[in-house]
Design a protein around this ligand. Structure first.
Ligand SMILES: Nc1ncnc2c1ncn2[C@@H]1O[C@H](COP(=O)(O)OP(=O)(O)OP(=O)(O)O)[C@@H](O)[C@H]1O
Ligand SMILES: [Mg+2]
Length: 555
């Protein structure tokens, strides 16, 4: 039953602007339909939402005799006592949306055999209406009576794209609900509502993107359940607008969660590239406060650290199943390939059983399966693998192998160093000397040992086992510079990456077949081996299918 909230409950609700733009109307009306248990939601938008927004659903509907009260401020059927605010289980709880919309538009709403027309907060008509399932509500002439607000709207194209983002996010997060949106009579978002998240991704971003997404297992990490899909590193975007993060199905903007997500891609994506993701964090409503922002865009977690960690665990586990970059003729190959929706359909084939990799452990390809063929160009290794021909950037590959090894030594707190017969003095900036002193133990784990030797130099007594001695000075300079530049989180990893880069074989180095075989074997067993620590690809797979297709051997 829709009731007026007691004043102390109404006062407990985050106050502020509810309806800022056409997209806010769409969001509120869709949320009401979701709360009513709808399985189909149709949205028709005209004139960028300023002419009309019409939403119909097949949910529980509003009883005819309650239709008018639904439009009164602070009336809601979703909570009654102040205590309910501590565990909100519905999208709505303020009893404000319909009243706020009706205050700035001309609204016609039919439900439960009744029909109501209300403009600028005044009831114009109220009487019997058609008998329909659910609710049909149409909002016309938005902001016609508040010209100042109208003036602040962005271009029609921007307002339309904001509306599309709202509906797309709900379609992605609620795959079991069928969404259909038209914009000026043209279909803009259509989801099947069959419950399949990957299909929902296909309906929003296209099939090629959907095929590249990795599913998060969705295993409950008490008291949390992180569900959704994240893009594998070979699919990425130049902007952050492919990330939909949600809490209990409610899209939220949470900078900390975006950060947590992107951190999982560090070393897998190049700088400036961002993943595509749909992540829904299911959590006991008592552990999250959604009543902090008037438009409910932000939430506050009781234990943000736990959410952060659970999200990262789920994303990292999914990323373990990442596939190498593939050669696709006619496409720009690289992390930028497959920009959402703009590429032709991607064909995915299952490898024939005989060629499939032997039982893979935790998503990695099994070991020792790359057979070296030789070196090509100035620094590519050519190899044969179970799925096709593999081209390897020898420097990037070695960098990844060494980087992982260095991180392992850091974790173990035990370095593998080669003592220098004659300690070597290196002149350094005082800032670098300070950085070295601050990280003495970690550097020792990386294999770098030194003594202070006056205010402007260090005496190096041991270097990592893999570092060619001729490169020691430059390597030390850059490693310490990475430490000094990246104070705090991730600094030592950056330093390890610099050290790996200097220790790795160069692009032009000649490798004999034994060295090639060793590098390929090491790469195969390395974690996150698809990219170097800077996010560049280590290898390119030319699949057998691709060759079969090209040479027309499939006829
Ligand atoms: N599509 C709908 N189907 C069924 N009931 C609805 C629908 N839309 C609104 N209602 C009813 O009207 C009431 C008022 O809706 P309104 O959106 O104004 O408030 P709310 O959803 O309770 O809270 P909030 O302001 O946070 O959205 C709801 O509590 C609900 O009972
Ligand atoms: Mg509502």
């Amino acid at each position: 039953m829709i009731q007026l909230l007691a004043p102390e409950v109404a006062d407990g609700i985050a106050a502020g602007e509810v309806i800022e733009r056409p997209a806010s109307v769409v969001k509120e009306l869709v949320e009401n339909a979701l709360d009513a248990g709808a399985s189909r939601i149709s949205i028709d938008v005209r004139g960028a939402g300023k002419t009309s927004i019409r939403v119909s659903d097949d949910g529980a509907g509003i009883p005819g005799e309650e239709l008018a009260i639904a439009f009164v401020r602070h009336t809601t059927s979703k909570l009654s006592a102040l205590a309910d605010l501590a565990a909100i289980r519905s999208f709505g709880f303020r009893g404000e949306a319909l009243a706020s919309i009706a205050a700035v538009a001309d609204v016609e709403c039919s439900s439960g055999g009744a029909r109501l027309r209300i403009r600028a907060g005044e009831i114009l008509e109220h009487g019997p209406g058609p008998l329909l399932p659910g609710v049909v509500i149409e909002v016309r002439d938005l902001f016609a009576n508040v010209p100042a607000r109208l003036k602040f709207l962005k271009s029609d194209a921007t307002e339309v794209s904001a509306i599309k983002d709202v509906v797309s996010a709900f379609a992605l997060l609620h795959p079991h609900i069928r969404f259909h949106m038209t914009i000026d009579s043209r279909a803009a978002v259509t989801s099947s509502g069959d419950g399949d998240r990957r299909r929902a991704v296909a309906s929003v971003y296209g099939q090629p993107v959907a095929a590249e997404m990795l599913e998060m297992a969705g295993t409950p990490l008490q008291p949390l359940l992180v569900a959704g899909l994240v893009s594998q590193p070979r699919l990425s975007r130049g902007s952050r607008d492919g990330m939909v993060l949600a809490v209990n199905g409610r899209p939220v903007s949470a900078r900390s969660l975006v950060y947590a997500l992107e951190e999982c891609y560090q070393g897998r994506l190049e700088r400036g590239r961002h993943p595509i993701a749909v992540i829904d964090i299911g959590i006991d409503p008592e552990l999250v406060d959604v009543n902090v922002h008037p438009a409910k865009k932000e939430v506050r977690f009781r234990d943000e650290g736990a959410i952060f960690a659970a999200l990262q665990r789920a994303v990292r586990a999914a990323l373990d199943g990442s596939d190498p970059f593939r050669y696709r003729p006619g496409e720009a190959v690289g992390p930028a390939m497959l920009e959402a929706g703009t590429r032709p359909q991607l064909m995915v084939h299952d490898a024939p059983a005989a060629l499939a990799a032997p039982a893979a452990t935790n998503g990695h390809t099994a070991t020792g399966v790359l057979r070296p063929i030789g070196q090509a160009g100035s620094g590519y290794l050519v190899a044969e693998g179970p799925h096709g021909l593999v081209l390897v950037d020898q420097h990037a590959a070695h960098e990844r192998v060494l980087y992982n090894r260095l991180l392992e030594r850091l974790r173990a707190g035990r370095g593998a160093s080669q003592p220098l017969l004659i300690p070597q003095a290196v002149d350094l900036d005082p800032a670098l000397i300070a950085a070295a002193a601050d990280h003495r133990e970690e550097l020792a784990s990386l294999g770098l040992e030194f003594e202070e030797f006056g205010p402007r130099s260090l005496r190096i007594v041991a270097v990592p086992a893999e570092l060619p001695s001729g490169r020691a000075t430059a390597a030390i300079q850059e490693t310490l510079a990475a430490l000094a530049e990246n104070r705090g989180d991730g600094a030592i990893e950056k330093a390890a990456a610099a050290l790996a880069c200097h220790s790795a074989v160069k692009f032009g180095d000649v490798l004999d077949i034994v060295e090639q075989r060793r590098l390929l074997a090491d790469l195969e067993t390395a974690e996150e081996s698809i990219t170097c620590p800077h996010g560049r690809p280590t290898r390119l797979l030319v699949e057998w299918q691709e060759l079969t297709r090209h040479f027309r051997r499939n006829y």
